[in-house]
Design a protein around this ligand. Structure first.
Ligand code: CA
Length: 740
């Protein structure tokens, strides 16, 4: 398939005020103000989580102590009072409107009746878990301009809790310790070099008095690492780099000296990538901390055009949690050039393999293979593709290496390679769930082919993603046939996978890709929200659809379950987002999603809360500027747009709805206004930085000409009704920026 040349972003000025006016949302403000804990939880010290409680999390079914429920990241609840016989009686117990409309990816933590969660822009909320009463909220005031370096939306995946404190990592790279009773900051440390394009979207993990956190940015040019901080003082205890640095400065460990032998000379200048941007799991008996690492940076080609494994990129890695010392690694994609990050949550389980119990680590990797490894040694036990795979013909169980299809090496062929899976992965960050009751892993799987083409003139740039692929020549032409073909290739499904037999047991086909993470429960249930705005309960044993709730908004986060005073609840954050809606514009509408109304939704049996009715919001598409633009200038602008604008504002200048659709931007009709935004950075607080250093005045004018041309084409085709993508991008879904 060919993809469109550009991914538009642009927001209409004033969209934020429209949003506030139409939704009645409270504008952010300084939110560290805290309310005392309510009567619901006053008798216990809040968040009194200890090493022993975390190690034995499954013995406290009423609680959900880490984002993944327990150190094994099972996303499994042992609760049974909501089950496959009564789930039809499930109703909304309470809802809470979040104050941004960007993607929501967090799974809340519940400790002794109090829920702690995060929302977009790294904000933190504490609720009385049974009633939804807000106890406090904290806004770290992430500068809006940070959004530029967040490849995949301004999301956050949740908190860690430890001995009366709540820990959040912010988009701009801080780790903050909050008082669980008040939400007031106790300490804050900067975990990244602020001069490099690092961001953090992952949740920290508390491990025996240490708070562990990684970072992202491998699409821009950074060196990945994991850090551990003292939970009480915030002192840095250890740091594990996933990529060796400049040899002239010496390597930090023997493991990095060994890794350096797997890179061509000069790799370190680009940072190398291999970022640890998602989740951790932990085995207390082995004291091993597990995480995955991201792609090599840049994707397309290493220095000197050489290919090499590039350790420890695209790998599952184990380090000793007390020291950060290397234990083992397994590289899922040696010499990755398809963005096959290995950052999907590593799930721990004990499986009966060849008649004996084995302690394993499992991952449904972005590259399409489901891996089962011995988690003490890192030895590969089995690997099987769970979605269609064309980049490889299989995995050699002896060497652990994939047999790579030579056609997939697009740096050598010089041709477009349509990879399956694509850069979106057969499974991305959305958590899968393992049920020890059914023995099945529930995977939010998808098929998203992606066109890879080497950028032969690639040079790293500021204010750009630096992937080394040509996004200008692989964008979708504005041709209905090509688009229909591309759409037909996009699929999403919930796959119930037997990790011992390595085969699919059942599958539920969904409307499109990019659906929510999974919760499974001992009540023989699997919960998943989807892109089309439905929150669904399936029977865990056979996938029968038993219940659903119209969430009014697409869902990508994974749900969780808890109980208070013996009554069970299920909670999920609603609010679609991430890279797919940002970059793919009209393609993302295959999923049939609606404009975001981001909320915390909590359900219980026989509950009767209701969401406010959705009133249709009038979409007013402004007539395009009448200005005549030269076709040659617009064609140039299309190239610049594809390289600099499209990954947020959407392919071919069609926004996926999270950020403004530039065809309908008020800035388009006024050159002065346009310059103020694109050159002057007038919308920096909303995440739209000045492109002064990245695009010359002539180039900026060419982009404007291209967008005027696209606006005129679209208006001629759709008139004031706009197309579906435009409707969502025309102001209803823009977001207040970090400062609120
Ligand atoms: Ca990546």
């Amino acid at each position: 398939m060919r993809r469109s040349r550009t991914f538009p972003i642009l927001a209409v000025l004033g969209a934020t005020s429209v949003l506030r006016a139409t939704t009645g949302l409270a504008a952010g403000g300084a939110l560290a103000a805290a309310t005392a804990l309510g009567a619901e939880a006053s008798s216990v010290q809040p968040a009194a989580v200890t090493a022993s409680r975390l190690t034995h999390a499954s013995s406290e079914p009423r609680n959900w102590l880490t984002t993944g429920h327990d150190y094994s990241d099972t996303w499994f609840s042992p609760l049974t009072s909501i089950n496959d016989r009564n789930v039809g009686r499930l109703g909304l117990a309470w809802h809470y409107d979040l104050d941004t409309h960007r993607g929501q990816e967090a799974t809340p933590v519940v400790v002794d009746g109090v829920m702690y969660t995060t929302s977009a822009w790294s904000k933190v909320q504490a609720f009385a878990a049974a009633t939804g009463r807000l106890l406090w909220q904290f806004d770290p005031k992430v500068p809006g301009k940070t959004a530029f370096y967040a490849c995949c939306d301004v999301v956050n995946r949740g908190v860690a809790v430890w001995r009366g404190r709540v820990y959040v990592a912010t988009l701009d790279g801080r780790l903050i310790s909050l008082d669980a009773r008040t939400g007031k900051p106790i300490w804050s440390v900067r975990t990244v070099d602020g001069r490099r394009p690092y961001t953090i979207t992952g949740a920290p993990l508390a491990v025996a008095g240490r708070i562990v956190i990684g970072n992202g940015g491998a699409e821009y040019g950074v060196r990945g690492y994991v850090s551990a901080y003292d939970a009480v003082t915030g002192k840095l205890l250890w740091r594990f780099y996933t990529v060796p640095g400049n040899p002239a400065e010496g390597f930090e460990s023997p493991a990095l000296a060994r890794a350096a032998e797997t890179w061509p000379p000069g790799w370190w200048r680009s940072g190398g990538g291999a970022t640890v941007w998602n989740a951790f799991s932990y085995d207390p008996d082995l004291d091993l901390l597990y995480f995955g690492t991201g792609n090599i940076q840049p994707w397309g080609r290493m220095p000197n055009g050489e290919r090499a494994d590039g350790l420890y990129s695209a790998s599952i890695v184990a380090v000793h949690a007390s020291t950060g010392r290397y234990a083992w690694h397994y590289q899922t994609t040696p010499g990755d050039m398809w963005d096959y990050d290995s950052d999907q949550t590593p799930t721990l389980a004990t499986l009966m393999i060849d008649g004996r119990p084995r302690k394993v680590i499992m991952q449904a990797n972005k590259n399409g293979y489901f891996y089962v490894l011995d988690r003490a040694s890192g030895r590969l036990l089995s690997a099987k593709h769970y979605v269609p795979v064309n980049w490889s013909r299989g995995i050699d169980l002896k060497t652990g290496r994939p047999e790579v299809n030579p056609q997939a090496l697009y740096d050598r062929t010089g041709k477009v390679w349509v990879g399956e899976p694509g850069a979106g992965g057969g499974h991305n960050w959305q958590p899968m769930s393992f049920s020890p009751v059914t023995g099945l892993v529930y995977i939010p799987a998808q098929e998203l082919p992606f066109p890879y083409l080497l950028d032969r003139e690639f040079k790293p740039q500021a204010l750009a993603t630096n992937m080394g692929i040509d996004q200008a020549d692989t964008s979708l032409p504005d041709d209905p046939k090509a688009r229909a073909q591309a759409l037909a290739g996009l699929k999403g499904y919930l796959s119930a996978w037997d990790p011992v037999a390595q085969r699919e047991v059942w599958r539920v086909t969904l409307k499109g890709p990019w659906n929510g993470g999974i919760l499974s429960t001992a009540g023989n249930l699997v919960f998943e929200g989807n892109a089309a705005g439905e929150f669904v309960a399936y029977r865990a044993s056979d996938g029968a659809k038993l219940w659903s709730f119209p969430a009014q908004t697409g869902i990508i986060a994974a749900p969780m379950a808890f109980s208070v005073a013996g009554k069970q609840y299920v909670t999920v954050l609603a609010g679609w987002g991430g890279i797919f809606p940002l970059a793919t514009g009209v393609l993302s509408f295959k999923s049939g999603r609606q404009v975001n109304r981001s909320r915390v939704l909590t359900f219980a049996l026989d509950a009767t809360d209701r969401l406010p009715a959705v009133s249709p919001q009038p979409i007013s598409i402004p007539p395009p500027p009448a200005e005549h633009v030269s076709a040659a200038l617009a064609a140039q602008g299309a190239q610049y747009y594809a390289r600099r604008c499209g990954s947020c504002h959407g392919d071919d200048a069609v926004s996926g709805g999270l950020v403004p659709d530039l065809r309908y931007s008020a800035a388009l009709s006024s050159e002065e206004f346009w310059n103020a935004v694109v050159n002057g950075g007038a919308l920096e607080a909303e995440g739209m930085v000045s492109f002064k250093t990245a695009l010359s005045g002539e180039q900026q004018a060419a982009v404007r000409a291209y967008l005027i041309q696209r606006a005129q084409e679209s208006y001629a085709k759709h008139g004031r009704n706009a197309d579906s993508a435009a409707a969502a991008g025309s102001g209803t879904s823009a977001t207040p920026a970090g400062g609120g």
